[in-house]
Design a protein around this ligand. Structure first.
Ligand code: NAI
Length: 252
C-alpha cells in the first residue's frame, strides 16, 4: 500500500452487509466513508466505528445520481483523503414475476446496482490510478445464476460480474484490482423483507433456507465483510476479476 492515508468508501453502509463491511475495514485500519441515501441514517455505523477508535464520515448520496456521486467522492477526498478502496454494496430489490414487473421496478434496480456501481467506480478510479493502488469490490449475488421473481435483480447482479471482469482488465496496470463477492442468503433487513413478502416469519424463513445450505446455517453480514476485507488487503494484489460465492456451499 502506498504511503497515503488508508481511505475506504462503502456504499449502502447505514445497515446490513454495508455496515458490517464498514466496521470491518475500520478495524483493518481504514478511515471509512459511510455512504447511504440518508446521511442521518449513517450515524449508527459512524458511531460504532468511532467507539472502537476508528475514523468515519457519514455522507448522504443516491449512488444512481451522477452529480451527487461526484460531489460525495470529492467530499470524501477532501475530508478523509483519496479513496483507494471502494465497496459497491448499495442495493435494492423490487421482486416480481416477469408479467407483473413494472418498468419502474426494472429501472430502479438497474439504477442502483449497475448505474450506481458504474458512477461510483468512475468517480473513484481517478484517485486510485493517480496513486497507482486501488481495490474495488462489487456486491453480486447467487441470484446472478437465476432466481424466480428476480429478473431485474438477477440481471443486475450478473451484469456486475461482467463489469467486475472488465474493470479488472482495464485498471490492472494501474495497481487496481477489481473483484466481486456473491453472497447467498445473508440475514439482513433485505431478507427480512423477503420473508414478509412471502408471508413467513423471518425466523421460519431463515430455518427453512438453512436446510438448503451445505453448512446448515444462513450467512451473517460479517461473513461477507470478511471476504471483502480479504479482497481489500495488500496481500490480495494478484487476485483480480474474480467472483467469490459466499453462500455456505458451492455455486456455479
Ligand atoms: P439492506 O437493504 O439491508 O441495505 C442496503 C443499503 O443500501 C440500505 O442502507 C439502503 O438505504 C442503501 N441504498 C439503497 N439504495 C441506495 C442508493 N440509491 N444510494 C445509496 N444507498 C442506497 O441490504 P443488504 O442485505 O445489506 O445488501 C447489501 C448488498 O448485498 C446489496 O447489494 C444486496 O443486493 C447484496 N446481497 C444481499 C444478500 C442478502 O441475502 N442480504 C444476498 C446477495 C447479495
Amino acid at each position: 500500500m502506498p504511503e497515503t492515508p488508508k481511505v475506504a468508501i462503502v456504499t449502502g453502509a447505514a445497515r446490513g452487509i454495508g455496515a458490517a463491511t464498514a466496521k470491518r475495514l475500520a478495524r483493518d485500519g481504514f478511515a471509512v466513508a459511510v455512504l447511504d441515501l440518508d446521511e442521518a441514517a449513517c450515524a449508527e455505523t459512524v458511531t460504532a466505528i468511532e467507539k472502537e477508535g476508528g475514523r468515519a464520515l457519514a455522507v448522504g448520496v443516491d449512488v444512481a445520481d451522477a452529480e451527487r456521486v461526484e460531489a460525495a467522492v470529492n467530499r470524501v477526498a477532501d475530508e478523509l483523503g483519496a479513496p483507494l478502496v471502494l465497496v459497491n454494496n448499495a442495493g435494492i430489490t423490487r421482486d416480481n414475476l416477469l408479467f407483473k414487473m413494472t418498468d419502474h421496478d426494472w429501472d430502479s434496480v438497474m439504477g442502483v446496482h449497475l448505474r450506481g456501481a458504474f458512477l461510483m467506480s468512475r468517480a473513484v478510479q481517478k484517485h486510485m490510478t493517480a496513486v497507482g493502488w486501488g481495490r474495488i469490490v462489487n456486491l453480486s449475488s447467487t441470484s446472478a445464476l437465476g432466481n424466480r421473481g428476480q429478473a431485474n435483480y438477477s440481471a443486475a447482479k450478473a451484469g456486475l460480474q461482467g463489469f467486475t471482469k472488465t474493470l479488472a482488465i482495464e485498471l490492472g496496470k494501474f495497481g487496481v484490482t477489481v473483484n466481486a463477492v456473491a453472497p447467498g442468503f445473508i440475514a439482513t433487513e433485505m431478507t427480512a423483507a423477503t420473508a414478509e413478502r412471502l408471508g413467513m416469519s423471518f425466523e421460519g424463513f431463515k430455518k427453512a433456507s438453512a436446510t438448503q445450505i451445505p453448512v446448515a446455517r444462513v450467512g451473517e453480514p460479517d461473513d461477507i465483510a470478511h471476504t471483502v476485507s480479504f479482497f481489500a488487503s495488500e496481500g490480495a494484489g494478484f487476485v483480480s476479476g474474480q467472483v467469490i460465492y459466499v453462500a455456505g456451499g458451492p455455486k456455479d
